[in-house]
Structure formats: C-alpha cells, structure tokens
Design a protein around this ligand. Structure first.
Ligand SMILES: Nc1ncnc2c1ncn2[C@@H]1O[C@H](COP(=O)(O)OP(=O)(O)OP(=O)(O)O)[C@@H](O)[C@H]1O
Ligand SMILES: [Mg+2]
Length: 315
C-alpha cells in the first residue's frame, strides 16, 4: 500500500489547481425531528445511530451509478465514504472513471501514478495491494485511476470473463473493509457493467431536474439485466436526490415525481445545491473535514446513517 505524497510545506492538497479557497463560515442547520416532513414530502423514517464495530468486513459493495453526467456521483462517493469512515467503518473507494475525478477530489496527483485500477483489470494484472492507497481521512482507502483506464474498455472486450474483472481484483481485499464504494463513469459501458457485476447494491445519485428522470428507466433496465445474467444478488439500494433547491417549484415538482415513481427507494436524505461542494473538489478533501459543521457535511452523515441501516447488511 502506498500513501499520498506529502504536500509541499505550507501547501494545501488542492494547490495543483492554483485556485485558493477557504473554508469560510459554516452554516449551522438544525437536525430534523423524527416524523417531521422532510424534503421528499414524507416524514423522516427513524434511522438508528450506527453501532460501533468490534471487527471489520466482509464489505458490502455499493456501485454509485448514473449514466447521466454531472449528477453528483463522485461528490457522493467521496463524502459518503468519508462520513462512513467517521462512523468507524473501514471504507474503500474505487475510482472507475478514467477522468480520475474521485482521485483528484481526494488530493491524489493521479496523472503521475504508475499503477492504477487499469493495472488491476488488464493483463498482466498486478496485486490489488500495489494499487491501494491510504487517504488523509482515517479509515478511508482508495484505488485510484487516471486516463489509462480509458483503454481498458477496449482491451477487456477480448478477455474471457470480462464483466467480472473488477470483482476478481476486489475479492482479495473485501474482508478488510466494511463498505466498498465504486464511483462509475457517466456511461453504461463495460466498466460500469463490471461495477454492477460485483456489487451488492446500487446507489443512484439524481440531479433534481426534470430531464434527469428520463435516463433512469434505461439505468434500472441495465441493473435488471445485470441481475438476471451476471449477479443475482444485485439490488437497487436507493435514489439519492442531489442539487435540490427547496425554494424552487421545479425542484419540489421533480421531487414529488421521483417519490411517486420510486417510492421507498428514495433516500430521506436529500443533498441541497450549494457552492461548498465545488469548493471541496478544489480543496482536495471531503466536506466532512473541509467544512465539518456545514449543512452539506451533515447531509452526507445522515446519508451514511441511512446507508448503514438500509444497505449494509453485514455489519
Ligand atoms: N449538491 C451540490 N450542489 C452544488 N454543486 C454540486 C453538488 N454536488 C456536486 N456538485 C458539483 O457538480 C459538479 C458535478 O458533480 P460530480 O463530479 O460529483 O458529478 P458526477 O456525476 O460524478 O459527474 P461525471 O458524470 O462527470 O462523473 C461538480 O463540480 C461538483 O462539485
Ligand atoms: Mg464523476
């Protein structure tokens, strides 16, 4: 396992972007009461505080997936992962997007990496431990990616068992983690099918916007096909509504429609639209440490509690 290179003295993790941001003032938002009507239009369900763990693993694998771009997949992977780690869970994040946004969002200089997820998928494969990195967040590890991964989709086509390549790579480390989160690229190609083929459940971030509803039928269709043909245990974990703006009628109307179509699969936790998330990508760290008391950090902690209660079966 490698650790990220130490930042230059006095430098923050995001310095490679040459934009400076500061955490600024945190906005405190009150916690909700049980039975209070939440942004989904339903009362919040009772979610227990996660119990501490006295042992770890085997991991529940969660694919964070939506073929629509820019809906909050990477933001949710980083911040849910960090919030789960705060609850004492051992978490592995897998960057399955050649853009490497997940790796960059954790301050990893991914362009310079010699060994990435690409080397786990395409022969001659390396051991998973050679690619594994610690992050600056305690309990949160990463399998990073960069543009090399874009060749994998083509190279894998001729491999036997090509849909199971990621599953084979993750298998040796599953016992060490409680949760594995896979950040998928915005497509339903072979890499995403690999993520679905080795996952227990799918978390679908969805931007609270009318056109976002259109692609969800194709996505749930793909999930059903993967369940039938490759992975019978795959389950639709939940729909996470992101970039919600309670002040607009549009947001509230889209939310009502999502709840009408997907019912209980919609998480009670909703992620509001806020500039704090783009700031954290520049800073190269999760919102839970960048602005720990912000509404965004609290929302991802609430999501972590829901995910532990609803989706993490083995802890
Ligand atoms: N709740 C939010 N409020 C405001 N901006 C957000 C929110 N969540 C994410 N963003 C911003 O929106 C952009 C897209 O988010 P993100 O990269 O997480 O989406 P994605 O689904 O992973 O995108 P891609 O499909 O390109 O991988 C980023 O600039 C991110 O900082
Ligand atoms: Mg992304």
């Amino acid at each position: 396992m490698t650790t990220p290179s130490a930042p230059r003295s006095g430098a923050r993790p995001g310095d490679q972007y040459s934009i400076q941001v500061s955490p600024g003032k945190d906005t405190e938002e009150p916690e909700h009461e049980v039975d209070e009507i939440g942004p989904t239009g339903r009362p919040y369900r009772d979610v227990p505080e996660p119990a501490p763990l006295d042992r770890h693993g085997p991991a529940t694998v969660i694919a964070v997936c939506n073929q629509k771009g820019g809906v909050g997949k990477t933001t949710s992977t980083i911040n849910l992962g960090a919030a789960l780690a705060e609850y004492g869970r051992r978490v592995l994040l897998v960057d399955l997007d050649p853009q490497g946004a997940l790796s960059a969002g954790l301050g990893v200089p991914h362009h310079e990496l010699e060994q990435t997820v690409y080397n786990l998928l395409v022969p001659p494969q390396v051991a998973t431990d050679e690619v594994l990195m610690r992050t600056r967040v305690e309990g949160l590890d990463l399998l990073p990616s960069n543009i090399d991964l874009s060749a994998a989709e083509i190279q894998l086509v001729t491999e036997v068992g090509r849909e199971q390549s990621l599953g084979r790579a993750l298998h040796p480390v599953l016992d060490r983690y409680d949760v594995v989160l896979i950040d998928c690229q915005p497509s339903l190609g072979l890499l995403t099918v690999n993520a679905l083929a080795c996952s227990d459940t799918v978390l679908i971030p969805m931007e609270c916007e009318y056109f976002s509803l259109r692609g969800l039928a194709l996505l749930t269709d793909t999930i059903n096909k993967v369940r039938d043909r490759l992975n019978p245990r795959l389950d639709l974990g939940g729909i996470l509504v992101t970039m919600f703006d309670a002040r607009t009628l549009h947001s509230r109307e889209v939310m009502a429609r999502v709840v009408e179509v997907f019912g209980d699969a919609v998480y009670d936790t909703v992620i509001a639209r806020t500039v704090r998330f783009p700031e954290t990508s520049v800073a190269g760290e999760p919102i839970t440490s960048w602005a720990p008391r912000s509404a965004g950090a609290k929302a991802y902690r609430a999501l972590a509690r829901e995910v532990i209660a609803r989706n993490v079966t083995r802890t």
